[in-house]
Write a protein that binds this ligand. Structure first.
Ligand SMILES: Cc1ncc(C[n+]2csc(CCOP(=O)(O)OP(=O)(O)O)c2C)c(N)n1
Ligand code: SF4
Ligand SMILES: [Mg+2]
Length: 252
């Protein structure tokens, strides 16, 4: 793995994430994948919506970035790709942005198999706005809007986009650096709709709401939810209670 990822940061940028935020690691893994692939970043476009996850491309990456309306990163990316098919187009945004307010765009982009890559920074809540419940919040987790614990089953986003037609779908924790870098590389390399879910702890909002007393505890919580695909019963896609299955779920 290359260590040269920092050269893709916008000069003078202060990374806008809290200490210990998983989004910072995701940024590093994304730029490492781009460097490893020898991509010409001037031929790439990074698109995001609103939220802490939406800050990963803009202001951090020194490339063309589109910072769009909340939930609308995917249609902006599709429009840009249709206008300029030579552009390697990568959406990076939060779980709330992509799966909640933007959920319909996500499934239809997968169904239509647009040649874009979508990277979802899944921190299991709306981090930016204070830690509200969202469609990826585990059952039982407390949030600002579910003080007695979330009662709804979370989406399995990889299963969702796979069922809709995604050519590639993978999920890894941001602490699984080589796996996540490899998944991002494969996703960008595939022609067609590809999706990578990066499980990214949010110590400040999700952590505080769940009485996780520090960064270490926030990461331990997420790791305890996770199991590798090989260790899981097949098919690996349905969530088993609070389980997050990591691995590749489509690679076509
Ligand atoms: C149309 C609209 N509705 C609501 C908001 C408020 N809002 C801003 S960010 C956000 C949630 C972001 O959550 P997520 O995408 O998961 O990103 P995170 O901050 O968790 O990384 C919301 C609801 C908004 N900016 N625009
Ligand atoms: S609120 Fe959460 S997601 Fe947002 S920057 Fe802080 S730790 Fe990261
Ligand atoms: Mg989120």
């Amino acid at each position: 793995m290359s260590a040269d990822w920092r050269r893709y940061l916008r000069p003078g940028v202060t990374l806008p994430f809290c200490p210990g935020c998983g989004h910072r690691l995701l940024l590093r893994h994304l730029l490492t994948a781009i460097d490893d692939m020898g991509m010409d970043i001037d031929q790439m476009l990074f698109v995001s919506g609103i939220g802490c996850g939406g800050w990963i491309p803009s202001p951090c990456i020194n490339a063309d970035t589109l910072h769009c309306l909340h939930g609308r990163a995917v249609p902006f990316a599709v429009g840009a790709k249709l206008a300029n098919p030579a552009l390697t187009t990568v959406v990076v945004s939060g779980d709330g942005d992509l799966a909640d307010i933007g959920g319909n765009h996500l499934i239809h982009a997968a169904r239509r198999n647009y040649d874009i890559t979508v990277i979802c920074a899944n921190n299991m809540n709306y981090g930016m706005t204070g830690g509200q419940v969202c469609s990826t919040t585990p059952v039982g987790a407390t949030t600002h809007t579910t003080p007695d614990g979330n009662t709804f089953n979370p989406f399995d986003l990889c299963a969702l986009v796979r069922a809709a037609g995604a050519q590639y779908a993978a999920r890894y924790l941001v602490t699984q650096g080589p796996e996540l870098v490899g998944a991002i590389r494969r996703a960008i390399g595939i022609k067609g709709f590809s999706f990578v879910e990066a499980v990214s702890p949010c110590p400040t909002q999700f952590g505080r709401q769940n009485h996780l007393d520090g960064v270490k505890e926030a990461y331990a919580y997420v790791e305890a939810l996770t199991i590798g695909k090989a260790a899981c019963r097949e098919p690996a896609s349905p969530l088993d209670g609070r389980l997050l299955v990591t691995g590749e779920f489509a690679n076509e």
